[in-house]
Design a protein around this ligand. Structure first.
Ligand code: HSE
Length: 403
């Protein structure tokens, strides 16, 4: 019997406990071994929960218990979680996590610690919640050179944009609604300003391209600047505003990675990824285009991915192996944030002749009730630096890439 300890009984941790206990028979059939939830580490006593008898407050009880094989880290943050993960790995326990901040910032060194101690560090739930993406990337797509990876990586912002597009809500109204439904946190900045999507993109890019990509290297622009005017101009040319992370392989094997709102054609599969759903896209040189779609967050959806990793650890252990993932070679990926040419959507306060003088022959857009002096257009293909040169001195309101 494999003994499991769950650290942090929050949304995901409590979901993991529920799946482990409720699906015990089913899991035992899959693995040939029962999984026993031995400990829950939390600062609270959880006396109202059915697991109160398993609660401990001292990590060293888990660390020093030779019966514990697998530790689930759902504490969040990067300080305590990193310390406990390192100590658990050094104590010969495999660690499974949904903690994207920790994996994006310290995953590389934690994988090294796991390797040195002959155990596993798995984090399928850190990207796309319940959507399987890291294991397919690592296993099923291993034959491919990945050319591009990314997509809609944050459910809260996708919900907000969907409500702006479909319901005509302003950004503030849609955010309030998302908070009311429990999607957005009281402090929504990690979602709406982009760090959450950025961390997920870093994990995807490192796994796809084989070198470390750090969040601070990835230019990240959130959705707080998206207005109903932008939504209307996008609709006028058959497009939708979508919040995407993209990591694109360049001809010299460097990577252009960034997170930002985009205009996406209504025919593109990403355009129909709505509400809180995620749509993770991969382009491989052999397989072509793929999209992985599903619940990118939520208690049981995320627990599904965590428990899937636990089962993988158990199955590998039965074969006398480690379940080993890689975030790439030592050293950072060469990133060229401005290497990608795009058509750009620009909304500004300027007269058309001034815009034509700067951009030449372009496609102007229109929307009902546009205020006098407002102008929006799609540029020709160019790099961001080129665009910035051209709009210098103009009163620019919004600039988004067109996918
Ligand atoms: N807050 C995230 C989202 C889920 O809305 O997608 C956790 O990464």
């Amino acid at each position: 019997m494999a003994k499991v300890a769950v650290m942090g009984f929050g949304v995901v941790g409590s979901g993991v406990c529920e799946v482990l206990v409720n699906n015990q028979e089913h899991i035992a059939k899959k693995t040939g071994e029962r999984l026993d939830l031995k400990y829950i580490l939390d600062v609270r006593d959880l006396s109202d929960s059915p697991y109160a008898d398993r609660v401990v407050h001292d990590f060293s009880i888990i660390e020093n218990d030779p019966e514990v094989d697998i530790v689930v880290e759902t504490i969040g943050g990067v300080q305590i979680s990193k310390e406990f993960t390192q100590r658990a790995l050094k104590a010969g326990k495999s660690v499974v996590t949904s903690n994207k901040a920790l994996v994006a910032e310290h995953g590389f060194e934690l994988l090294k610690v796991a390797e040195a101690n002959g155990v596993s560090y798995l984090f399928e739930a850190s990207v796309g919640g319940g959507v399987p993406i890291l294991r397919p990337l690592h296993r099923c797509l291993a034959a491919n050179e990945i050319q591009e990876i990314g997509g809609i990586l944050n459910g809260t912002t996708n919900y907000i944009l969907t409500r702006m597009i479909r319901g005509g809500l302003s950004f503030d109204e849609a955010l309030k609604e998302a908070q009311g439904k429990g999607y957005a946190e009281a402090d929504p900045s990690a979602d709406v300003n982009g760090p959450d999507a950025c961390r997920k993109l870093c994990i995807l890019a490192a796994m796809a391209f084989g070198r470390r990509v750090m969040p601070e290297q990835v230019p990240t622009e959130g959705i707080t600047g998206v207005t109903l005017a932008d939504v209307a101009y996008a609709a006028s040319c058959g497009k939708k505003v979508k919040f995407l992370g993209r990591a694109v392989r360049l001809p010299d094997d460097a990577v252009c990675a960034y997170v930002a709102p985009h205009l996406v054609d209504e025919e593109n599969p990403l355009a129909v990824v709505e509400d809180v759903f995620n749509g993770i896209t991969v382009k491989g040189d052999a397989v072509g285009d793929l999209m992985f779609y599903g619940h990118g967050a939520g208690r049981l959806a995320t627990a599904s991915a965590v428990v899937g990793d636990i089962i993988d650890v158990v199955k590998h252990r039965q074969r006398g192996e480690r379940a080993a993932w890689s975030l790439g070679d030592d050293g950072d990926m060469v990133l060229r944030p401005d290497a990608l040419e795009s058509v750009w959507y620009v909304r500004l306060n300027a007269a058309r002749p001034a815009v034509e003088q700067a951009f030449g022959d372009i496609q102007f857009l229109s929307r009902p009730d546009a205020p006098e002096g407002e102008c929006a257009f799609l540029s020709g293909p160019m790099r961001r630096s080129g665009l910035e040169q051209k709009v210098k001195g103009l009163d620019v309101c919004s600039v988004f890439r067109v996918l």
